[in-house]
Design a protein around this ligand. Structure first.
Ligand code: QAP
Ligand code: CO
Length: 188
């Protein structure tokens, strides 16, 4: 198992559309394991392959967690219920819900986004077996958020231009500082 690097907004790779998985081999299984490890390590409740720079239609989600530790850096997720969705598609949707969303690719920001309240999805598991699932609540929101990633879309695209521009500016500034720091260390 390995930790993968999570790309952050406004990285242009996050804007690319992911391709359908056709072959369910050990490469996919390893990728799924690494994505789960990366998600739990972050910690987060959902991760799309696009976010680790791999343009395949794969999502991992775990919304059944307990958070241990009060401090942001020391938080660990327990009671894991990892869910894997490959080639997911929405078959039916109904209702509307406002949910305050965050994203591992937009660290430190969360904003209210409108989603469907209830969805029915079809997807394949890690061995390629087709499954359908009808769900609502946090899992339905997480699925819609993660499926957006597969289309190169981020939750900030669903906010006002003002909010989106502000978040972009702050994240770019943070990334520049990180880069300057690493340059300094190399030159030492
Ligand atoms: C997507 O989001 C999602 O800003 C997953 O500093 C969104 O895991 C699922 C995170 C809404 C369900 C509902 C965000 C971690 C994690 C941050 C995440 C941060 C640290 C976000
Ligand atoms: Co996200």
């Amino acid at each position: 198992m390995a930790l993968l690097n999570i790309l952050t907004f406004p990285n242009s790779i996050l804007r690319q559309k992911a391709q359908k998985v056709e072959t369910f081999d050990s490469t996919i299984k390893t990728l799924v394991d690494d994505m789960l490890e990366t998600m739990y390590d972050a910690p987060g409740v959902g991760l799309a392959a696009n976010q680790v720079g791999i343009l395949k239609r794969i999502l991992v989600i775990d919304v059944d967690y307990d958070i241990k530790g009060d401090d942001e850096d020391e938080r660990v997720y327990v009671k894991k219920n990892p869910r894997i969705f490959i080639n997911p598609e929405i078959l039916e949707k109904s209702g509307k819900i406002l949910f305050k969303e965050g994203c591992l690719s937009v660290p430190g920001f969360s904003e209210e986004v409108e989603r469907f309240e209830k969805i029915k999805v079809t997807y394949q598991d890690v061995s390629g077996k087709p499954t359908t699932l009808e769900t609502d609540g946090l899992l339905a929101v997480a699925l819609q958020h993660e499926m957006d990633h597969l289309e190169g879309k981020l939750f900030v695209d669903r906010l006002s231009t003002v909010k989106k521009t502000l978040i972009k500016g702050k994240l770019l500034k943070k990334q520049t500082r990180k880069f300057e720091r690493s340059k300094f260390h190399v030159e030492l």
